[in-house]
Design a protein around this ligand. Structure first.
Ligand code: ATP
Ligand code: MG
Length: 694
């Protein structure tokens, strides 16, 4: 049963969940006093705090000037952020060679599990380094060098990590595009970044669906050509047909590639001058020279990668991160937020195509010498127990996923979870959206058996790593609150007039007052957009675009996007709060609430409701839902319009695109940028189900 009893919920909501006893006595940070001590040091003396951490890493040379410098106030000059400017290092060297030199070469870097549960693999740090060096030499042979941009469009396979680390070893800027995006979305990103190469695979399975990645890449390359841009190289991993030997492809040849299971043939187009098989290029590197590649030393402030935001609020932004600050920040957040211990098996379910995958599948865990899990498949294939089966199989100790996955798995009931031995779990993380208390409690009770710490981590593509988060051995948690700032992060909540409120506040704008090492440095080739998007609204602050409230105990609660706040007769209401009330009704599986214009109240609330299996939308149910919101929040928040939704428009990372729902609510089919929408067909269905009176 997905929905817990409301009274239990209420009680749990007001309760503080203390860190598990064993973590209180063993974690890196034990108890709030120790957290506060470290936090204060990180704020009062950032140079000493981060300087100490930086000592664990290898630097070829020390910073040439100031350790840390920035301007957050555009009225005083251009915005800039610099950490350890002039210090030379290489992140690939730090996440691989450094560990191997201290004897971790034989430690498993990754377990890999494919879409099919019988497809598994593993790779040690030493093996990973050899693969990375070989592929870095492949890139060099293709003429690709420091500062060039390379797009990576791959499934969740170890080659994806090899490709990104090979780029990092050479100072080549990677731009990873999630392997579920269309040709158009890929093309626009390749064009924006002027990528000289695309690294991909023949195809992939997602559940029972076979996806021909190469065809999508070909489509993207054609679109680039139409815009007068030529992509020089396309390197393709043969992922679906590892046992098949084939003859040399000819120009224009159609290459039939049998997939492993179930047997199905992928048609692969081939352009000889451009397309190359990964395994053939790698095969040429099986010599001593081929297997070694000196890292290219980079300035701490050289670009490491760019990554486009998920497009929930508008056209995706090409967020740029740099080498040094991102390295120490992802390493440090990983260590403390997941309380990393050397025997951990860490599993972040995010695709590497999202920032969560960059920071917590790849760089953060590897920087700590951790063993991770890379999973290619989806949570419901072959059934809804897949995640828990993998946890049992690899004895995962720290698990990190998104509320959207938790909510969906909740719908399938507890039996799928209870079938597996999850006793290895110690810390459970959540990221991507506000987690409603109900999903939090299910995660805590059913998955974590009331013995694990839950870390609800708030952060963004832009922040590089966690910025608001509990620490497992220190922070008493409240279901739905991202709690307190991570080291080096100074949050503030502002009123609409830009005034800082220090005590409790019902609703305001979440901003940050000074940079931490992992914050983005610019929007790629568009510094003006960077300044306008994040710094113009409130001079002197980095504006997240998210709303937040602070309770009487100082806990911070993310209330959703600023754009998603509704102003009803002068009351500022967060849509997340209404959604959280609606979802407590046993018929409701998912809810999304947006603002709708109202002639008297200014704005009214419009609710899209996805029902649980076997439930139907009736007038009676609508009334019950209204009563629910009235009683949970107050009469002023009572929904004005309730519409049945067969599904919700989501980004491919699983976030509800409320900007599209706002358009649907007013019957406007001109939806703006939909390149990141996962399933277009839901739009027509939603328009069809609009209530007639509107
Ligand atoms: P775009 O910026 O293009 O609109 P996006 O903001 O969805 O896309 P991401 O950087 O992937 O792109 O997501 C960051 C956002 O996700 C945050 O600004 C916030 O709204 C939401 N978010 C992430 N983690 C949490 C969390 N733990 N609690 C609440 N919200 C979260
Ligand atoms: Mg955003």
């Amino acid at each position: 049963m997905a929905n817990c009893n409301t009274e239990t919920m209420e009680a749990a909501n007001n309760k503080l969940f203390q860190p598990p006893d064993d973590l209180l006595n063993s974690a890196h940070v034990q108890g709030m006093d120790n957290y506060r001590k470290m936090y204060n040091k990180s704020i009062n003396d950032p140079e000493a705090f981060w300087g100490e951490i930086a000592k664990d890493f290898h630097w070829e040379s020390q910073p040439s000037g100031k350790f840390f410098d920035y301007n957050f106030d555009y009225t005083k000059g251009p915005i800039f952020i610099k950490w350890m400017e002039g210090a030379r290092t290489n992140i690939c060297y730090n996440v691989l060679d450094r560990h191997i030199e201290r004897g971790l070469g034989d430690k498993i870097a990754f377990y890999w599990e494919g879409n099919d549960p019988t497809d598994t693999g593993k790779i040690t740090f030493q093996e990973l380094k050899t693969e990375v060096c070989k592929f870095a030499n492949v890139l060099k042979n293709l003429g690709i060098q420091k500062g060039d941009r390379v797009a990576i469009y791959m499934p969740m396979i170890t080659e994806l990590v090899v490709a990104m680390l090979a780029c990092a070893r050479l100072g080549v800027i990677h731009s990873i595009v999630f392997g579920g995006y269309s040709s158009e979305a890929l093309a626009s990103r390749v064009l924006d970044a002027k990528c000289c190469a695309i690294l991909t695979a023949d195809g992939m399975w997602r559940g029972t669906k076979l996806i021909n990645l190469k065809t999508i890449v070909d489509g993207a390359i054609q679109l680039c050509e139409k815009s007068g841009y030529h992509v020089d190289h396309c390197v393709m991993v043969r992922h679906l047909s590892p046992d098949e030997q084939e003859s040399e492809p000819e120009e224009g040849d159609t290459q039939p590639t049998p997939a492993k299971r179930p047997v199905k043939r992928l048609k692969i187009n081939w352009v000889n001058s451009r397309d190359k098989w990964w395994h053939e290029l790698m095969g040429e590197m099986n010599t001593k020279e081929g297997k070694t590649c000196d890292p290219v030393w980079c300035n701490a402030e050289d670009p490491l990668f760019m990554l486009y935001t998920s497009g929930s609020t508008g056209k995706p932004k090409g967020v740029l991160h740099t080498v040094g600050g991102y390295m120490i920040y992802t390493a440090t957040t990983f260590k403390y937020v997941f309380d990393y211990q050397p025997d951990d098996i860490f599993w972040c379910t995010a695709d590497v195509g999202w920032i969560t995958g960059h920071s917590y599948v790849c760089y953060g865990p590897l920087a700590n010498g951790a063993t991770g899990v890379i999973f290619e498949g989806i949570p419901y294939y072959p059934d809804a127990g897949r995640y828990w089966e993998i946890v049992e199989k690899f004895k995962v100790t720290k698990f990190y996923t998104a509320p959207t996955a938790i909510r969906c798995l909740m719908k399938y009931g507890d039996d799928f979870v209870n079938k597996y031995d999850l006793s290895s779990l110690k810390v459970l993380g959540s990221v991507g959206e506000p987690i409603n208390p109900e999903a939090w409690l299910w995660y805590y009770n059913v998955v974590g058996k009331s013995k694990c710490a839950i870390v609800d981590t708030f952060w963004q593509t832009e922040t590089g790593g966690h910025v608001l988060t509990p620490l497992p051995g220190a922070t008493p948690t409240k279901p739905g609150s991202a709690t307190f700032p991570f080291f080096g992060v100074v949050p503030a909540i502002l009123t609409a007039e830009g005034k800082e409120v220090s005590g409790p506040i019902e609703e305001g704008y979440l901003v940050f007052k000074q940079p931490w090492p992992g914050i983005m440095r610019t929007v790629y080739e568009n510094h003006e957009r960077f300044e306008t998007t994040y710094f113009k609204k409130f001079p002197g602050y980095y504006c997240t675009g998210d709303g937040a409230r602070r309770d009487e105990d100082g806990y911070i609660w993310i209330t959703g996007r600023i754009d998603d706040m509704v102003n009803v007769s002068g009351h500022l209401i967060s849509t997340a709060e209404i959604e959280s009330a609606l979802i407590q009704h046993p018929s409701v599986a998912e809810a999304a609430v947006v603002s709708h214009p109202h002639s008297v109240k200014g704005e009214s609330t419009y609710c899209f409701i996805v029902l649980n299996e076997g439930h139907v939308m009736t007038e009676k149910l609508k009334t019950e839902l209204k009563v629910k919101v009235r009683s949970k929040i107050g009469p002023f928040a009572q929904p004005d319009h309730i519409q049945y939704a067969p599904g919700l428009p989501k980004t491919r990372s699983g976030k509800i695109m409320r900007r599209i729902l706002r358009k649907i609510a007013v019957g406007d089919s001109n939806l703006g940028d939909t390149s990141t929408l996962a399933d277009e067909s839901v739009i027509d269905l939603l328009l069809q189900h609009r209530p007639e009176e509107l």
